[in-house]
Design a protein around this ligand. Structure first.
Ligand code: URA
Length: 236
């Protein structure tokens, strides 16, 4: 059971004060009857709620996969930049947030949800959830680097990174690599390459836990996660 104004607010009909006003004005019906008190409790699983005679369905949790573009921030609000939440234009819920952060110039897989438990399981430093990145690097990457990553690099700030699995796709003046890491500190991948005096030129996340970026999703597009994908994310 949930309060009528909360229901409408969560479903983005308006702010709490706006929906209270709509209810007072008789624009909201519960099971076909106008209800004028905001605090009436309704069963979100069975009641039919309408606003201006349009049904407002209830969605408890939402899960999206975004192929994050560069230039948007992994936040819910920002004064300067567009956020990843702004991109999800058909969202129902108001309380969506990105599961972790990608830098403004990083692209790729970002899960957006309001499922706090799932986010906690994926982000908790104790869980060591795998994250795989594709990157272009400003110089040759060698087998010695693979070993150093495997052993756990000492970063420039003196801290030790957890072992990571580095795979060389192509070593050249501009190399291509894939890196699997099990932690997600600020600028983690960039700092790991800085530790071996190299620079990340381009970074894209391609998986998180068992979830892989759908490579038919264009940069900047998103879709709902399938039930199967939600299950995969809950497996670890
Ligand atoms: N590591 C980084 O350096 N940046 C990201 O956005 C993600 C991981």
């Amino acid at each position: 059971m949930i309060r009528l104004d909360k229901y409408l607010c969560e479903m983005s009909v308006g702010s709490r004060s706006q929906v209270k006003e709509y209810i007072k004005k008789g624009r909201v019906k519960v099971d076909n009857e106008v209800v004028k008190s905001a605090d009436v409790k309704i069963d979100e699983n069975s009641a039919i709620i309408t606003f201006d005679d349009k049904v407002v369905g209830y969605t408890k949790v939402e899960y999206y996969m975004l192929n994050k573009p560069a230039g948007v921030v992994s936040a819910t609000t920002d004064n300067r930049y567009r956020t990843v939440i702004d991109i999800i234009d058909d969202k129902k819920r108001k309380d969506l947030f990105p599961v972790g952060r990608l830098d403004i110039d990083t692209e790729g897989l970002l899960v957006i949800t309001n499922d706090g438990d799932m986010a906690h399981r994926l982000l908790s430093p104790k869980k060591h959830v795998s994250k795989v990145y594709y990157a272009r690097i400003n110089g040759p990457v060698t087998d010695r680097h693979i070993e150093l990553f495997k052993e756990g690099l000492i970063l420039k700030d003196g801290t030790k990174a957890l072992p990571g699995n580095l795979k060389i796709i192509n070593s050249a003046d501009e190399s291509e690599i894939e890196l699997e890491i099990f932690e997600g500190k600020f600028h983690q991948v960039k700092k790991m390459f800085e530790a071996i005096d190299l620079k990340v030129l381009y970074l894209k996340r391609i998986s998180m836990g068992k979830l892989k970026l759908d490579n038919t999703l264009e940069i900047g597009s998103y879709r709902k996660l399938t039930d199967e994908e939600v299950k995969l994310l809950n497996e670890r």
